[in-house]
Design a binder for this molecule. Structure first.
Ligand code: NAD
Ligand code: TYD
Length: 336
């Protein structure tokens, strides 16, 4: 099988590329990434020399995608490329619409023109909006996005479904809950809290910290995506999630405990505008139709993730903002 993956230098995409090459000997994989602030070739340093792998720098929203898809003619496209941080979307929604929505329409058109058999769109549970009570969103729940990020992803999902209905294009959508694990950019909650705590910088908890996310290990998500690629129904949508929702504050306390740091580092700061209180999805369909089941228990996965950031200071230090780097130099000297 020949796969074209977009956004493979980001957090989830890099895990997917590694998993696909490790598990499937006969795969050839082209990774197209614009290398934004969130994408790093180094995330895939271990597989760069694999003869089955090739990297191309391009923007998913550009006409170059037509030439790339025509030249490589993959069996399937798996689209991870996105602007992915909610807080950034609040300040600059246009970039999100360009990549996450127009980029997806452009990819769908280019894939169809090149005769690509399957298009897998990596979406998010955030398209369902905040879920009240103890309910869980099923795949047919209404789309009620709260942030510019989730609105741009919901619009992309609708573009995929429209391409399926109008052109008979084979598109599959996955909607996963919050991921955590190695190589996540330290602007997202878990790596931000770990890296701040490692250097005794205050941990900013939005509002009361009682918001809930259903955290899933990135490798469990990637296994689900592969199953959706292989076994998903054309036009189908698949939720992935763990089914447990620890409040943010509890996770922050656990990180501090693992690192042996003081709870006095916690700062309750102004809440995020439009902050969704709870995300929760029903994963029955993925379990039944795809035979998917998550394997990593959150406590074990979180401890391993904390350990990874502790051991890989050089990977994340340069990514923190200038103020943080100055603070680090003044207090700790050169990074390891
Ligand atoms: P990320 O920000 O770590 O990586 C995004 C990647 O896309 C980067 O390598 C970046 O360089 C690339 N990219 C951005 N704009 C591009 C463009 N115009 N053209 C080509 N490449 C571009 O994001 P992530 O956390 O790995 O998320 C990957 C996908 O999974 C996204 O579509 C996101 O919406 C979805 N998702 C993420 C989560 C999560 O918890 N992180 C959960 C569910 C779904
Ligand atoms: P985040 O990792 O940005 O993912 P998302 O907004 O896509 O769910 O945030 C996860 C949760 O953590 C969310 O409820 C917001 C909260 N949060 C904080 O409390 N402080 C922070 O500094 C960040 C980045 C997030």
């Amino acid at each position: 099988m020949k796969l074209l993956v977009t956004g493979g230098c980001g957090f989830i995409g890099s895990h997917f590329v590694r998993l696909a090459l490790a598990r499937h000997r006969d795969i050839r994989l082209v990774n197209v990434d614009r290398l934004t602030y969130a994408g790093r070739g180094r995330n895939l340093a271990d597989i760069e020399r694999d003869s089955r792998y090739c990297f191309l720098k391009a923007d998913v929203a550009s006409s170059a995608m037509f030439q790339i898809l025509h030249r490589h003619r993959p069996d399937a496209v798996v689209n991870f490329a996105a602007e992915s941080h909610v807080d950034r979307s609040i300040h600059c929604a246009a970039d999100f619409l360009k990549t996450n929505t127009l980029g997806v329409q452009n990819l769908l058109d280019a894939a169809r023109a090149a005769g690509v058999r399957r298009f897998v769109q990596i979406s998010t549970d955030e398209v369902y909006g905040s879920i009240s009570g103890s309910g869980r969103a099923r795949e047919n729940a209404p789309l009620l996005p709260s942030s510019p990020y989730s609105a741009s992803k919901a619009a992309a999902d609708l573009c995929c479904l429209a391409a399926h209905r109008t052109h008979g294009q084979d598109a599959v959508i996955t909607r996963c809950t919050n991921n955590y694990g190695p190589y996540q950019f330290p602007e997202k909650m878990i790596p931000l809290m770990i890296t701040n705590a490692l250097h005794d910088i205050p941990l900013p908890v939005y509002g009361d910290g009682q918001q809930r996310r259903d955290w899933i290990h990135v490798e469990d998500h990637c296994r689900g995506i592969f199953l959706a690629l292989e076994k998903g129904t054309a036009g189908g949508i698949y939720n992935f999630g763990m089914g447990s929702e620890p409040p943010n504050l509890m996770i922050v306390l656990e990180i501090l405990k693992i690192l042996g740091k003081s709870e006095t580092l916690i700062r309750h700061v102004k809440d995020r505008p439009g902050h969704d209180r709870r995300y929760a999805v029903d994963t029955t369909k993925a379990r039944k139709e795809l035979g998917w089941t998550p394997l990593m228990n959150f406590e074990r996965g979180l401890a391993a993730t904390v350990e990874w950031y502790r051991e890989n200071t050089a990977w994340w230090l340069r990514l923190k903002d200038a103020a943080f780097r100055k603070f680090y130099r003044q207090n700790y000297g050169r990074p390891s």
